[in-house]
Design a binder for this molecule. Structure first.
Ligand code: ADP
Ligand code: GLC
Length: 436
């Protein structure tokens, strides 16, 4: 089958979180099963590419240049949508005109479909709200799968965007798909219009049909329940192998060398989702009881500041790096004793898998993909409540087993877990086949 995988970020070219990892590794796994999956993404940087074609894209009253360029990486063909005004920026997201940038990406991707030379996609696999308008613009020209990596981000905007930017004001069906409450909602349109809807773990697929996790879209998800399923993400097993030990990591981070002190690490976007507040609340006690803490992350300024202050308070015991650094993340997963993922919600979560492969024991909250990938007392520690009490319990469990045979057994079990893409890739193929 020919699959076009549309995502706003994909490693190795651009990554800000798990979407970049998935878009950078699932296509290769689909290809390994004998299919032809190619990635389509914005050209965020000055990558070495070969021009394929160019055309104009109308966005309401705007008439914009769109180049399609091509490159290969890891045996996968990447198509880049080139428009320097929209995409050549310092970061991938976070601009006032993100709605317009995303509208352009989706429309350009849909309009490129007949211009990819001899590659004719049977399936267009749309990821997150950035690609959610593609089913609308394709209007039946290919089968579509809409994957939700994170329901919190939806592309909710005023209804006038439908005319001003999308040029769809006269298309009643499109307007109905977009309309949600008082405005338009890109992700809702994708969920309504795609042939199948997936999310990145079986548990999250169930959770998002409830009001608690549905982020306001649960009525729509319940309506599409028959078309919805969860397929657990994988990771690139070759890339995520142990690469550093604890003493190397401690000297790199300026932490005291103390075999008896368990080292807890967290690598994360610093947002509400990730449970940063719980970590801040539990940190003093963790240090008092003899633990060490290393955090690598960027995000909300108040979290960054609070963590930085914590590190200043406990020199040699707490290390905080406020930056994005994939190589350091790898050394942290390898050198830490435990990795913290205390998320309030987690569609899948990849850091617990990477950490397990690299030899640290995960401490996770029982939610979404964390629940589907970690078994309490077997290969990690799983706590129930999204509050400091919950995490405190888990941390004292960790302190209790550290240095014992139980810890070594858990670590071994964690390292043996198979998080390769092969099984999930087969599930995606069955899903594509069911609609083509
Ligand atoms: P999410 O996509 O919600 O951020 P995931 O766990 O699925 O969560 O994926 C996050 C990815 O981003 C992982 O590969 C993680 O290691 C990486 N990551 C997050 N923050 C950083 C950082 N500051 N430096 C390096 N890698 C990071
Ligand atoms: C999202 C989710 C995360 C998931 C990732 C890749 O960013 O927050 O849980 O692992 O997408 O699917």
């Amino acid at each position: 089958m020919n699959i076009l995988f549309a995502a706003f970020e994909a490693a190795p070219f651009a990554k800000s979180g798990g979407l970049g990892d998935v878009a950078g590794s699932l296509p290769a796994a689909l290809n390994a099963l004998g299919h032809d999956c190619r990635v389509m993404m914005p050209k965020h940087g000055g990558y070495e590419t070969a021009p394929l074609t160019s055309f104009r894209v109308r966005l309401g009253w705007r008439d914009q240049y769109c180049g399609i360029e091509k490159a290969q990486a890891g045996g996968v063909t990447y198509y880049f949508i080139d428009n320097e005004y929209y995409f050549r920026r310092e970061s991938i997201y976070g601009y006032d005109d993100d709605t317009e940038r995303v509208a352009f990406f989706s429309k350009a991707a849909a309009e490129s479909l007949d211009r990819l030379g001899d590659f004719r996609p049977d399936i267009v696999h749309c990821n997150d709200w950035h690609a959610a308008l593609i089913p609308l613009f394709l209007a039946g020209r290919a089968k579509t799968v809409m994957t939700i990596h994170n329901l919190r981000f939806q592309g909710a905007c005023p209804m006038w965007v439908t005319g001003d930017m999308l040029g769809l004001e006269d298309d009643e069906e499109a307007c109905a798909a977009l309309r949600w409450h008082d405005g338009a909602n890109f992700l809702k349109a994708g969920i309504v219009r795609a042939d199948r809807v997936t999310t990145v773990s079986p548990s999250y697929a169930e959770e998002i049909c409830t009001e608690e996790y549905g982020e306001g879209l649960d009525p729509i998800l319940r309506m599409r329940r028959d078309a919805l399923c969860g397929i657990l993400n994988g990771i690139d097993g070759e890339k995520w192998a142990p690469c550093a030990d604890k003493s190397e990591l401690c000297s790199e981070l300026g932490l005291g060398q103390d075999e008896k002190a368990p080292l807890f690490a967290m690598v994360s976007r610093l947002t509400e989702q990730k449970g940063v507040e719980l970590v801040l609340e539990c940190a003093d006690r963790l240090i008092r009881e003899g633990g060490q803490l290393a955090v690598l992350g960027t995000g909300r300024e108040d979290y960054e500041k609070a963590l930085t202050r914590l590190a200043e308070r406990y020199p040699g015991k707490v290390s905080v790096c406020i930056r994005f650094d994939e190589e350091l993340s790898h050394r942290m997963f390898s050198g830490a004793d435990f990795v913290l993922v205390p998320s309030l919600f987690e569609p899948c979560g990849l850091t617990q898998m990477m950490a397990m492969r690299c030899g640290s024991v995960p401490i996770v909250r029982r939610t979404g993909g964390l629940k589907d990938s970690v078994a309490d007392g077997v290969n990690g520690i799983v706590f129930n409540d999204a509050d400091a009490e919950g995490l405190r319990w888990a941390l004292s469990e960790a302190m209790g087993i550290y240095g014992t045979d139980k810890y070594r057994e858990m670590r071994e079990n964690a390292m043996k877990c198979d998080f390769s893409w092969s099984r999930s890739a087969e599930e995606y193929i069955r899903l594509y086949e069911s609609i083509s």
